[in-house]
Design a binder for this molecule. Sequence first.
Ligand code: PHE
Length: 506
Amino acid sequence: MAEDAVLGYLAQNSDLSDSRNFARDSGFDYDEVINVIKSLNGFQYVVATEYEERNWVLTDEGKEYAAEGSPEFRLFSAVPAEGISLKELEAKVGPTVFRNGRTNAMKNKWLIMGKELVTRKVEHVEDKVKDSLTKIQKKELVDQAGIDELKKRKLIAEQKLKGYSVVKGINFAPKRRKAATGLTRENLQRCDWKDLEFKEYNFAAKGLPSEGGYLHPLLKSSYGMLHHGFFTTLHSRNSLLFLLLTHIDSSFEEMPTNNYVESSFWNFDALFQPQQHPARDSHDTFRSGSPSTTKLLPEDYVERVKQVHEVGGYGSRGYSYDWKREEANKNLLRTHTTAVSSRMLYQLAQKPFAPKKYFSIDRVFRNEAVDRTHLAEFHQIEGLICDRDLTLGDLIGVLQDLFSRLGMSKLRFKPAYNPYTEPSMEIFSYHEGFKKWVEIGNSGMFRPEMLLPMGLPEDVRVIAWGLSLERPTMILYGIDNIRDLFGHKTDLTLIKKNPICRIGLQ
Ligand code: PHE
């Protein structure tokens, strides 16, 4: 075995300086010797150092000249003292030697080539080319000028050889000890465990990749958002350590968003969105087939909503149109999670007032043309704070705080319009990668036309915002097509490979 040979050699000698020579002398296959050396090196039986050796070897033409002499020498030798005609000379040496030898014989000033006759210019010449070539064959030294000349004439070529020089390592032994992989009953009974050498644990070994149980990037980033310190779940809200770590006000409560099907009433009417508003059109909103209408709505509140739409009140002129109950009853797939906010605020208004902070992250649906940034369904991060005398400055401050925790601190706000908020602001964040301002959300202060019919006290203000979860997730994961992130075209390996999202932890 090559391994015994290598270890045996090192037991006798201080080093094995050249793996190539060793393989040649010992008769083992070179690849086998290299594998053995590498393995022994890994277990520190030996220390192997790689070297690279550059060698000159003769090309086929070089080999021929080494054996037969250079063509110029052969040409010279074929010319007798009295001279010879060109034709005769060519016939004597053959056309190849004649052609190849001619120029060099002239350059070396060995021959005089007349029109008819070829004569010697010197008595005696030496075939330096042949000498150098034979020296190279015997691995003897040749001067640089000689090497350069042979290289130019393509008679030699460089060969790179890699090999190892090997010395004993800290675990050296003339024979490899077989490391035990585990302790057996027999080892204990025989008491030989004391002398056993155990195989070390390989903590760097990768386990088999599991085939299931991966979190989708959207889930990871929504967990990231929950845990980045702004919103907290019930579990983490109770964790003092978590609070200390994040220094945050964790009093946001999660809204129940487990109803994709919503009535037009909560999705639109309660939000003071008039019934002829284009967003309510079936081109923009998915209708629910069965059940197609809702039966249960708080009747007295519905009446107040109808009033405020038709004739106004609470300081508003209303929209002056004929508000229809059938329109409000129509079921749809909620177009925003603000539908849930309106339900929550209504519930809140039914009790003595207490300030609240709510959030949710869940799915919404819009009948939109699908392209690389839009899908017919996506996720919204919704948030609201409800308290007495809040101002637009509070809203800006809260959004600034929220986004800087997500790593987006350059924000701009642009006046916008929503039927349910006044003032309203679109939120833009400067994207360092795209080098431009990107819209990331919408926000505002809920209108008195929405809050007062619910029964909330007059001085209660609600600041609120709605953001897409997909936008920041695509930015965080470097995904530029939403269809790669969500839906049936999603590549499962992306889900398996993407790391956990750690928002706000640098
Ligand atoms: N509902 C809005 C949207 O879908 C977002 C929003 C929420 C705006 C709350 C203002 C207040 O874009």
